[in-house]
Design a protein around this ligand. Structure first.
Ligand SMILES: [Zn+2]
Length: 344
């Protein structure tokens, strides 16, 4: 059995790179008009009509923080996204066109906690001294990454020069695990952070930011209640995910997450498989939660070798750009978790 890096590498790197050029062009001319094309809601958002909006020109980094920012901004301003909603975010490489987008923006919203390692260089390159930055995770205490970040991927692929400089080889991201958006309670804090900073930056639209945020936070509270209720009977359940995206959600609802790999680009090692085998035996785990884009034969191999059923869970790192997409995916995640745990 050989667990080489190549096929995962191809899955996660080629797709975003191929679409990057097209994305940047459309981003400048109204990305959202295209990205929202399949959404059920009518195009009332001001994304494609910046001339009618009164608010600041906002750029977000990647999907979850984009959804939360759009929820707060509503029709008040233009919200663009830096990393195409179909691209892999963990190992993103910024381009000169990204710097152009930031050069024209008023506000940049990031998830923070080390998720956007490329950002500080990019902001420096953009040379926009007026740019206001919002860290959506301000005040959130990060959990440690489970198995240590970065050891394999940089060494194997060797073209992440600018990231190495910041974080060094073989260390944890000092900020810890960044996947806080997958906890409906921490998501509320992210929305509130975005709201509060937008009010500071653009007080003229404070009322609108406040009421939009309130409506979204109420939906997140409702979602939290659904998670609590549905997962109460399966407290202590161990579930296995592909990458280490759900420790916050697990902790919130009294479950235990074990991930096969730290980030999606990382290759599975025989040690990883051994560790998963051990956990499935110790805790009589019955299901493996895979994620979109991981149509890897080795996942199927593990699931059949270890006699685990496959369920799909979505870390929301890519997908649709309607703020309601968050709830759609999280409810489907809840169903998958519940099924996986009931089998335990
Ligand atoms: Zn992730």
């Amino acid at each position: 059995m050989s667990f080489t890096a190549e096929s995962l590498y191809v899955l996660h790197r080629l797709r975003p790179k191929a679409s990057l050029q097209r994305f940047v062009i459309t981003a400048v001319t109204g990305l959202m008009a295209i990205a929202c094309g399949t959404e059920p809601t009518p195009p009332t958002s001001s994304d494609s009509t910046p001339e009618t909006s009164s608010g600041p020109k906002i750029v977000t980094t990647f999907l979850p923080v984009h959804l939360f920012t759009k929820a707060v901004v509503g029709d008040t301003g233009q919200v663009d996204i830096l990393i195409s909603p179909g691209a892999e975010v963990h190992d993103y490489q910024a381009t000169p066109d990204d710097a152009k987008l930031l050069a024209q923006a008023d506000v940049l919203v990031e998830n923070g906690l080390g998720m956007e390692a490329f950002l500080s260089d990019l902001v420096a390159n953009a040379g926009n001294s007026e740019l206001q930055q919002i860290d959506a995770s301000e005040g959130i205490e990060a959990m440690e990454g489970e198995h240590g970040h970065d050891e394999h991927k940089h060494d194997e692929h060797g073209h992440d020069e600018h990231k190495h400089d910041e974080h060094g080889h073989g260390h944890h991201h000092p900020e810890g695990n960044p996947h806080v958006w997958l906890d409906p309670v921490l998501a509320q804090q992210q929305v509130a952070n975005i709201r509060d900073r937008l009010i500071e930056i653009d007080p003229s639209n404070a009322d609108s930011y406040r009421s939009n945020a309130q409506a979204y936070i109420e939906q997140l509270q409702q979602l939290d209640n659904e998670f609590k209720e549905k997962l109460a009977p399966v407290q202590g359940c161990n579930f296995i995910t592909f990458h280490d995206a759900f420790p916050y959600l697990a902790q919130r609802y009294g479950l235990e997450q074990e991930a096969i790999v730290e980030i999606p680009e990382e290759s599975m090692t025989p040690q990883d498989i051994q560790r998963i085998k051990q956990i499935t035996e110790e805790h009589s785990v019955k299901a493996l939660l895979t994620e979109p884009g991981i149509e890897d034969k080795r996942i199927e191999q593990i699931s059949s070798d270890l006699n685990l059923s496959l369920e799909a869970i979505n870390p929301l790192e890519a997908g649709e750009t309607d703020p309601q997409y968050y709830f759609q995916v999280m409810r489907s995640n809840l169903e998958a978790l519940s099924r996986a745990c009931q089998n335990n």
